[in-house]
Design a protein around this ligand. Structure first.
Ligand code: F0G
Length: 459
């Protein structure tokens, strides 16, 4: 019998894709200073810059938007979202925010995060780290060693190292650690999942010290699906049951709803503690909006309520994780070095291994990003020495990151298998002539987060 492993939807509304000539792409590269962030989206053929806010909403989400209640306080949309959030997560208290980093900002303020505090995580996403550090606190990553090895096939490379965590608590004292974050899935580490077992053990350890466990739950559904496939402690459970068991371990969660909840804008904070909820509410009203809309329109709340459910659908998740695995396999078959095994939302090319002739100071992953656009109009994101490299302005000393990656993040329900085939063909063609690629030098950089606006010159 034929397998029904095709995209589980058909297309009712279409959007044109940017088709360009090689000459046009060469000109656009020059004009943008060889930085794909600065190329208009209209001139991109396949846009794999991010899976955040780039998903396609369903007919149910679009119809829900028409029911949006735009009342300032206590809108029907808010109560519909409340029902869904409570049913899926079991968290008694929640507020909406306009996106994930807003949830981080409001929550960390309410927690009174400050200098002297340490916030351990499996791995902080950049905005989480920045929101910790801007308050003078220290963000510490304690992912298991396998999580930093591109070749390890550990099934849960996003797990936190519990021994390291306990040692840190013993060393600095629980009073300096106001919370511990688990990022599910671990975006910075390649979209790798955290096991339900590891989440449970983290909670047991933290309970002994009275430290709250906070989930960065942007990709909670993808994480739950990996748990279903790989974690023996979740045998026989549905993805929705696993998601609920995951949230059951947490004292609070922060969520960018632009990922697994498949909306173009939105975020959430979920809580159990009444006292903390009061503080969060005060902060929210100051920064985002009233507690029943948190910086979103009523219609956004309705789309989010539907998206939270759809993101947990197992047929959808099989397709979603399958699409990432498909692109991964096509690239692997072409002999392209990758972070293994494939994560949930993206495929990560190991540019250091693909381009060993380009030293890190000449930005190998950046060179690959430029070539992807030049050869095929494809846009990914550099996660390497442009994003994380530093040159000390006083001593001239260079600091380069361990890994030099090119991330191809896949928007949800947007591209078909033939789009992925095209991406794989372009990558394979580049890999064959990888030796011809040259490095770049920076001609302009901003003092912080330079990757967004930096300009380059080919060497
Ligand atoms: N946490 C995680 C794990 C994320 O991946 C992101 C965003 C955020 C928090 C912040 O959420 O963008 O809604 O403010 N990740 C995007 C990405 C930007 O491309 O990986 P936000």
């Amino acid at each position: 019998m034929a397998q029904m492993n095709f995209e589980p939807f058909r297309i009712k509304m279409v959007e044109p894709i940017g088709i360009t000539t090689p000459e046009e792409r060469e000109r656009l590269l020059k004009e943008s200073g060889y930085n794909v962030f600065l190329i208009p989206a209209e001139k991109i053929t396949i846009d794999l810059l991010t899976d955040s806010g780039t998903g396609a909403m369903s007919q149910e989400q679009w119809s829900a938007m028409m029911r949006g209640d735009e009342s300032y306080a206590g809108a029907r949309s808010y109560y519909r979202l409340k029902d869904t959030v409570q049913r899926i997560t079991g968290m008694p208290l929640f507020v909406p925010t306009h996106q994930g980093r807003a949830a981080e900002n409001v929550f960390f303020s309410a927690m009174g995060l400050t200098k002297g505090h340490i916030v351990p995580a499996n791995q902080h996403f950049d905005t989480t780290r920045a929101n910790v550090e801007v308050r003078g606190a220290e963000a510490v990553d304690l992912v298991i060693d396998e999580g930093l090895d591109p070749h390890s096939h550990h099934p849960f490379k996003g797990n936190i190292d519990l021994e390291k965590l306990e040692r840190l608590i013993e060393e600095v004292g629980a009073e300096r650690i106001p919370l511990v974050v688990l990022t599910i899935t671990n975006n910075s580490g390649g979209g790798q999942p955290v096991s339900l077992e590891n989440i449970r053990q983290t909670k047991v350890l933290l309970s002994r010290y009275g430290i709250p466990l906070v989930l960065d739950a942007a990709r909670y559904a993808e994480n739950s699906y990996f748990v279903k496939l790989r974690d023996p402690s979740a045998k026989g459970m549905s993805v929705a049951e696993i998601a609920r068991a995951t949230f059951d371990q947490a004292d609070a969660f922060l969520m960018s709803a632009k990922k697994d909840a498949i909306v173009n804008i939105g975020g959430l904070i979920g809580l159990r503690d009444e006292n903390l909820f009061q503080k969060v509410s005060t902060e929210l009203i100051l920064r985002e909006g009233f507690i029943t809309y948190g910086g979103l329109a009523g219609r956004d709340l309705d789309a989010l309520a539907v998206g939270l459910e759809e993101g947990l659908d197992e047929r959808y998740l099989e397709y979603r994780i399958g699409q990432t695995a498909y692109l991964f396999q096509r690239l692997k078959d072409a002999g392209i070095p990758l972070v293994e095994p494939p994560g949930g939302h993206a495929v990560f090319i190991d540019a250091k291994a693909l381009l060993p002739h380009i030293p890190q100071r000449e930005f190998p992953a950046q060179s690959l990003m430029v070539e992807l656009y030049r050869a095929g109009g494809i846009r990914g994101v550099e996660i390497g020495s442009v994003m994380f490299g530093k040159v000390d302005p006083v001593t001239g000393e260079e600091h380069w990151p361990e890994m030099e990656l090119a991330r191809l993040a896949i928007p949800r329900r947007v591209y078909t298998q033939s789009h992925m085939d095209y991406v794989a063909e372009v990558c394979a063609e580049i890999a064959k002539r990888a030796g011809e690629l040259r490095g770049y030098e920076i001609t302009y950089q901003a003092p912080a987060l330079r990757h967004f606006t930096a300009r380059f010159r080919p060497l």
